[in-house]
Design a protein. Structure first.
Length: 117
């Protein structure tokens, strides 16, 4: 979780809308709309991050960088700015129980329970 939030070699937060150096150009159609409205990208998107082949123009050339520094926050560089539903859901599923201070499941207050109360 620390790595995703910016504790990495380039100090990039790979989630939109949080951190000191967040991603601004995720490959997401809804974010393209919100950016046109000057609202920024849709918050909570966790992009792929570093790695990849380094196609695209950048200064310095991405292919000359170490693997963990190969990242461009560019909408056209899909290999870094794209995301998957699984990738975007795994982080919150790990964090929410911590934020909710754990606890035990109580079926009596479960609104989706099929049992009669």
């Amino acid at each position: 979780m620390d790595y995703v939030q910016g504790h990495n070699p380039i100090g990039e937060c790979y989630m939109t809308g949080v951190g000191f150096n967040p991603v601004y150009n995720p490959h997401d159609r809804e974010s393209a709309h919100t950016k046109k409205q000057w609202l920024g990208p849709r918050p909570g998107i966790l992009v792929f991050g570093p790695g990849g082949s380094g196609s695209g123009v950048s200064v310095p050339a991405v292919n000359e960088l170490a693997r963990e520094r190969k990242y461009i926050d560019n909408l056209g560089s899909i290999q870094w700015s794209e995301f998957t539903v699984y990738q975007s859901l795994c982080f919150p599923s790990a964090v929410y129980p911590v934020l909710g201070q754990g606890g035990k499941f109580d079926e009596r207050i479960d609104p989706f329970s099929l049992q009669q109360k």
